[in-house]
Design a protein around this ligand. Structure first.
Ligand SMILES: [Ca+2]
Length: 549
């Protein structure tokens, strides 16, 4: 409830002194209605000792309306939630969120789970949302649980408002996510009612990192029905304890008769989020990821027939009612230059593979980001288009070259049979701003740049440079590969030429004739072509992603 600010009367007092005598005039302040605000003296320290007041004019300043703390709402897990937990995800913590009606005047919010676990949050986000990490699924155990929340007002007298929510944890059968991509293969049928939620931590085989997913279903608000507040999803990687990503969406995003599911996925890198092949479609990253940053994919799907058919929520709805994104646990300094970028991605439903999130071609941009706020270790913004989001350092002024991995200083080619060769590939990245125009050259003829020797890199863009070692004598070779443009980088190269007594026994081709082509390269190319064809098939059978706002 918002109290009406009315009046502050009599805001002046005069304090005088003559020599050793002091006279003070008392202050009389009335705030109406009573208890809706408070008053401070300015300067606040004046005349605490009436013998040392001097000639001073003191004014009383109306500081703020005092919010009457009447309401604390548990937003996650919502009352009645049923969590389905994907396989191998039992170490995921349950994230607890609550909000009060007194944004900015709530002193603390205390969360208690099953009367045996308790913690306090003192740091709400910009929307007044208190979010903390609760016990893990394994700690809680499957079955029903009770969450209690208490909030305390900033000003005296302290008021505690309590609220309760019950929620249930359930191990999802393996066939709910048959393809193990971390999403239910049919999200609506897995989450069949309001408040049903999904969490999983799928290991991506190609990167061995975990793609964390949380999703929850909600129904459109009903005329005259209870307003259950925002839909809030928070997720945290147990391996990165400080980092919590929270996404909150207004319940009214859905129109009459609609059911919706909000989905948040996070990963430490793009190949983990989208898969190695899909992530190649994304445009070059604009800058370096902020330390402690993660990639956050947000999707919202909607159905008018209880999940029989569904599409993504039309992006135009977020213009009116943006979604709030908070990324905590970042190495940021308040007031410094950081940006949240987004890049198009989409939610698709494949008849064989099931529900999945895919990357689209495009560019990273800041078009969908509004009201970016950088606070201690956190970045928050309202977003008007759903896609993948990431926190970046502001691009540097000039181009700057960097090698990946950054600690690579020596490449040892080992023993290479005469007449054959060995290739090694290095990644060069522009970690500055502006275009980096550069070259890669070698200092010994036994080493040669066979691809990527000239590069033009936009900020954040990377390229691969392949250097071949092809010895001509049975001896030791040393050299360097030197990268120029946006500074200078070099890698020390070494290798041995080896005279094989039986020239056909090993990895290489005969020395005469065409340039040898290792057989596995052909196999790789065939696999890539197959994968690309599968991707095209996938794309042709899905609905198209949302446009940018
Ligand atoms: Ca799946």
């Amino acid at each position: 409830m918002v109290m009406k600010r009315t009046a502050v009367f009599l805001v002046l007092a005069m304090l005088t002194s003559w020599g050793a005598f002091a006279v003070s005039y008392g202050l009389a302040v009335t705030v109406e209605p009573a208890d809706t605000g408070y008053v401070q003296l300015d300067p606040s320290t004046v005349c605490q000792n009436t013998t040392n007041c001097g000639n001073k004019v003191v004014k009383a300043v109306f500081m703020s309306e005092q919010c009457a703390l009447e309401d604390v709402r548990i937003l996650s897990p919502r009352d009645g939630s049923m969590f389905k937990v994907g396989r191998e995800s039992s170490d995921l913590p349950i994230i607890l969120s609550a909000a009060t009606n007194c944004i900015g005047e709530t002193r603390r919010v205390t969360f208690i789970v099953d009367d045996g676990w308790e913690t306090i949050d003192l740091m709400p986000d910009q929307n007044g949302l208190y979010t903390i990490t609760g016990p893990s699924v394994a700690n809680l155990g499957y079955g029903p649980h009770i969450l209690r929340v208490a909030a305390t007002n900033k000003d005296q007298p302290e008021v505690v408002v309590e609220d309760f929510a019950s929620f249930t944890l359930e191990a999802a059968p393996a066939d709910v996510d048959d393809d193990t991509n971390g999403l239910p293969d049919n999200t609506f049928s897995a989450l069949h009612m309001d408040g049903a939620s999904w969490i999983s931590a799928a290991v991506v085989p190609e990167t061995l990192n975990r793609r964390l997913t949380i999703a929850t279903r909600w129904e459109a608000p009903v005329e005259g029905g209870p307003d259950a507040g925002a839909i809030v999803l928070s997720i945290k990687n147990p391996a990165r304890p400080a980092q919590i990503v929270t996404v909150s969406a207004p319940r009214s995003l859905l129109k009459e008769g609609e059911s919706g599911i909000l989905i948040v996925q996070i990963a430490p890198d793009l190949p983990t989020l989208f898969g190695p092949l899909e992530s190649e479609l994304l445009g070059a990253e604009p800058s370096l990821l902020v330390g402690g940053g993660q990639y956050v994919e947000v999707s919202a799907i909607v159905s008018l027939d209880n999940g029989q058919t569904y599409t993504e929520v039309d992006s135009g709805r977020f213009d009116e009612e943006p979604i709030h994104l908070s990324i905590r646990g970042l190495d940021v300094i308040p007031g410094s230059s950081y940006l949240i970028y987004s890049h198009e991605s989409g939610f698709v439903r494949h008849p064989l593979l099931g529900d999945r999130v895919v990357a689209w071609e495009g560019e990273w941009n800041t078009d969908a980001i509004r009201n970016l706020v950088i606070t201690d270790a956190a970045m928050e913004a309202d977003v008007t288009s759903l896609s993948v989001f990431a926190p970046y350092q502001a691009p540097l002024e000039g181009p700057k070259i960097s090698l990946l991995p950054v600690d690579l200083s020596t490449q040892d080619y080992g023993f290479v049979t005469l007449g054959t060769y060995r290739d090694e590939t290095f990644t060069v990245r522009n970690v500055g701003g502006g275009v980096l125009a550069g070259t890669a050259t070698t200092t010994n003829d036994a080493f040669s740049v066979v691809s990527g020797g000239v590069f033009y890199l936009d900020p954040g863009e990377a390229t691969r440079v392949t250097v071949r070692f092809m010895p001509t004598a049975a001896e030791r070779y040393i050299g360097n590969v030197v990268f120029t443009g946006g500074g200078y980088a070099t890698i020390y190269l070494r290798g041995f030429g080896y005279r094989d007594p039986s020239p056909l026994s090993c990895s290489g081709a005969p020395s005469s004739g065409a340039v040898p082509t290792p057989g596995h390269a052909i196999a790789d190319a065939a696999l890539m072509a197959l994968a690309a064809a599968a991707l095209l098939l996938l794309r042709s059978s899905v609905f198209r992603a949302r446009g940018r706002a």
